[in-house]
Design a protein around this ligand. Structure first.
Ligand SMILES: Nc1ncnc2c1ncn2[C@@H]1O[C@H](COP(=O)(O)OP(=O)(O)OP(=O)(O)O)[C@@H](O)[C@H]1O
Length: 369
């Protein structure tokens, strides 16, 4: 677990932030200029905060009161950057073992074979980096970081330089890393899709401060804090694969509610997290009949958020979890929506895109920060 509580003044910008990053992926999420890089630089030891403390488990990396400020190479952090930064003259195997040089006798969280298996790079070991695709390079870079026996992985927009197909290739490996390796990951991104797939905990930064932090489903379900704005708003739902139907649909169970999606290859019982975009949700006061949409989720309105425009966001609590719907103010008035009103959220099966469905351990249960 990383515990951070720092203040730092950069002239017109001031950072004043505290959060805990427990096991899993903690995403630092915020607009450009919110302070993400400043935070990661402080964690990495590249920036000395004016005051505060940064701890990794029981180890103090920085403490302004006692004057502790461990140099970067003693912090035991594995880095994953946008570009893989592999050594071009070394094979994949040698790039991987290069990370072990920094382990300094520490027992690695995962063996060489385990890391190779986890990242699916066994067939690449003898290749030179120049003969790898962008996605393969990034998998090797992740392996190298893991094999340096880090106590924390710092991933700074690791997918930002990849096209959508390569991102889709890497995301399942990052999910495995999150669920199978006991190293906390501090992950910086602008992408709501990556947050939805990977985050256990989300820390939303705005102007150097924490606007909200907590379990991914709670933070993504709060339209007031999303730095990406209402267009990208959506709720995270946790479900288990219940059945694969012969017509190509997969049936999921989310808190006892049946949801149908285009077929998934995940085994029965597998935990999935799916993002339902707010603009894909239709609301109805009564349970609709004779409708083509297969997913009808009963719930109760918990909040109505309107900005200056014709649209508004409706938050619902349902047995499947929080659901967000983006509808017009006119529709909300016509439906008589108010806090406490019961209504049904309707979601077309095909509107939940493949990349919006990830595998996932249960979200962190206790809010942090
Ligand atoms: N050395 C510096 N001196 C003065 N201001 C700085 C310095 N470094 C960063 N800043 C300012 O601090 C703010 C936060 O910058 P930071 O790079 O941490 O943001 P970010 O969230 O990482 O942005 P991006 O997503 O674009 O990388 C910005 O307004 C930036 O201009």
């Amino acid at each position: 677990m990383i515990t951070l509580d720092i203040r730092h003044n950069l002239g017109s910008f001031a950072l004043d932030l505290s959060f805990d990053a427990p096991r899993g992926v903690t995403v630092l999420f915020g607009r450009s200029g919110a302070g993400k890089t400043t935070v990661t630089n402080a964690v990495a030891g590249l920036l000395r905060p004016d005051s505060g403390q940064i701890r990794l488990g029981e180890r103090v990396l920085f403490d302004s009161k006692t004057g502790i400020d461990l140099p970067t190479h003693k912090r035991r952090i594995g880095y994953i950057f946008q570009d893989a930064r592999l050594f071009p003259h070394l094979s994949v195997a040698k790039n991987l073992t290069y990370g072990q040089r920094f382990a300094r006798g520490q027992k690695p969280a995962a063996s060489f074979d385990r890391v190779v298996d986890l990242l699916g790079i066994g067939h690449l070991l003898d290749r030179a980096p120049i003969n790898l695709s962008g996605g393969e390079k990034q998998r090797v870079a992740i392996g190298r970081a893991l094999l340096s026996s880090p106590e924390l992985i710092l991933a700074d927009e690791p997918l930002a330089a990849l096209d959508d197909a390569r991102k889709a290739e890497i995301l399942p490996y990052l999910e495995r890393l999150r669920d199978e390796i006991e190293i906390p990951i501090l992950y910086v991104t602008h992408s709501v899709a990556e947050v939805a797939r990977l985050a256990t905990t989300v820390v939303v930064l705005q102007n150097g401060r924490c606007l909200k932090s907590g379990p991914a489903d709670q933070v993504l379900g709060d339209p007031e804090v999303l730095p990406t704005g209402v267009r990208a708003a959506g709720a995270l739902i946790q479900a288990q694969v219940a059945k694969h139907h012969p017509d190509g649909l997969s049936e999921l169970s989310a808190g006892g509610i049946a949801l149908f999606l285009p077929g998934h290859d995940q085994p029965l019982g597998q935990s999935l997290r799916l993002r339902i975009a707010a603009h894909d949700v239709i609301l109805s006061r009564s349970r609709p009949e004779g409708l083509s949409a297969l997913n009808i989720i009963p719930g109760r309105v918990t909040a109505l958020h309107s900005g200056g425009g014709p649209g508004m966001m409706v938050s619902l609590q349902t047995a499947a979890g929080p659901v967000l719907a983006r509808i017009t103010r006119r529709s909300a008035e016509a439906l008589g929506l108010a806090v406490g009103v019961e209504c049904h959220a309707i979601v077309k099966s095909v509107s939940v895109a493949r990349e919006d469905v990830g595998i996932g351990a249960p979200f962190a249960q206790t809010p942090s920060g």
